[in-house]
Design a protein around this ligand. Structure first.
Ligand SMILES: [Zn+2]
Length: 404
């Protein structure tokens, strides 16, 4: 049965996180409001809280313009890019090989086609960083172009539902860059070899962010760590990705407030899943790297509560004593089903350290991960959230945690 009080709380939380707070991007004031709010709720419910702070730049942009021989082209500023204002010869590469053989020094380089099919992982990103991406970054840094223009298509699995997607989104990469649609890129090809003028108004702003960690139980007991990322991409209210995950943590911290079982329960609002440098996750790993072996289970909530379809619990490497209770919970709650395994999410961090995990999401999203156009866009707003599903997930996790 759905608890009316929890339902009411869920709606209030959703409004606070997605409407009253206008953005939750790491480094922004909105992000700090969200973590302050989360910490206050947890400590009001009797949880012992810790804030783990780190540096994180915020970013502001005021558009970009590209002109060549009286023609103008639509370009967007790459997130976290440095600004640019100047002119240079346009050169172009569509494969890594072409880039390798091209003299890009002091030119403006257009990357399109094959070389621009996937968003490049940030240069200092440690979890997943294909050699091909690192090679492109190295060639660009060595080649020293004045600026980079990328023409990109759609790639929801890696860039969310945005089109065009920024090829480069990296506050540690210091060559200014802008991006455009594939169609615009095709038009720009006529200007190769000519002088183009680019102005990109972009600014990096020093800032701070933090993870919020709430604990309950004996500090020497085996741990269950429940996580959800509290940050959102710029330009989206981040309702499904991932205010709903944070709300599950808040409702669960209420349901578990009298917990006195023999586990240490840790509730973590991770800060940075949708930020180029994943600072919260890096901070958590460096603090806990010696003690992952004390974690029995990670439960990570990301993408939950979509108003279409069921909620999905995806199970990773669960030992029998956790697998059985997890299956019981999945069978007991009619809105929940077992989901397929998917790698994009903070549960992967725990799996890397050999910790079993459950990823909680919406079945529709994990089934449509490679062609949905909602996450990281303004469409990810409170209209698409079903609060009953959020309450049901919280109740199911409460049952599960108490039965382990
Ligand atoms: Zn997410």
């Amino acid at each position: 049965m759905i608890d009316d009080l929890l339902l009411k709380k869920c709606k209030e939380y959703l409004k606070i996180l997605c409407v009253d707070i206008t953005e939750r991007c790491v480094g922004s004031e909105g992000n700090r409001q969200a973590t302050r709010f989360f910490e206050k709720e947890l400590s009001n419910l009797g949880w012992k809280t810790v804030l783990a702070e780190f540096d994180a730049i915020d970013w502001e942009e005021n558009g970009a313009a590209l002109r060549s021989n009286g023609k103008t082209f639509n370009v967007l500023v790459s997130p976290y890019s440095l600004a640019f204002n100047g002119e240079a010869k346009l050169v172009a590469a569509s494969t890594t090989k072409e880039l390798e053989n091209l003299d890009i020094k002091d030119n403006i380089v257009l990357l399109s086609g094959e070389i621009a099919k996937e968003q490049l992982m940030p240069k200092n990103f440690v979890f997943y960083n294909p050699d091909e991406h690192q090679k492109i970054i190295r060639l660009l840094e060595k080649g020293q172009p004045k600026a980079i223009i990328s023409a990109t298509g759609r790639n929801p699995a890696l860039a969310g539902g945005v089109y065009p997607f920024p090829l480069i989104e990296d506050g540690d990469f210091n060559i200014p860059s802008v991006y455009m649609t594939e169609e615009e890129g095709l038009k720009l090809i006529s200007q190769i070899g000519k002088i183009v003028f680019l102005e990109s108004l972009s600014k990096r702003i020093p800032g701070k962010g933090c993870n919020v960690i709430g604990k309950k139980g004996n500090k020497n007991s085996p741990k269950i760590v429940v996580t959800a990322h509290i940050d959102a991409k710029k330009g989206t209210p981040g309702a499904i990705d991932n205010a709903t995950g944070v709300i599950v943590l808040l409702l669960l911290s209420d349901l578990l407030k009298d917990y006195n079982g023999n586990k240490l329960i840790e509730i973590v609002a991770f800060n940075g899943e949708d930020y180029y440098a994943v600072p919260g996750q890096m901070n958590y790993i460096s603090t806990n790297k010696e003690s992952f072996n004390k974690i029995l289970l990670n439960i990570n909530i990301d993408g939950a509560g979509y108003n279409e379809g069921q909620s999905a619990f995806s199970l990773f490497d669960l030992p029998d004593e956790i697998l059985q209770p997890a299956k019981n919970v999945i069978n007991h709650y009619s809105g929940i089903t077992e989901g397929i395994q998917w790698p994009q999410g903070d549960h992967s961090i725990f799996l890397q350290f050999g910790v079993p995990a459950i990823a909680v999401s919406s079945k529709w999203f994990i089934d449509n991960i490679s062609d949905q156009d909602i996450t990281h866009t303004p469409k990810d707003n409170i209209e698409i959230v079903d609060c009953k599903k959020i309450v049901e997930i919280s109740q199911a996790l409460n049952t599960l945690i108490r039965s382990i």
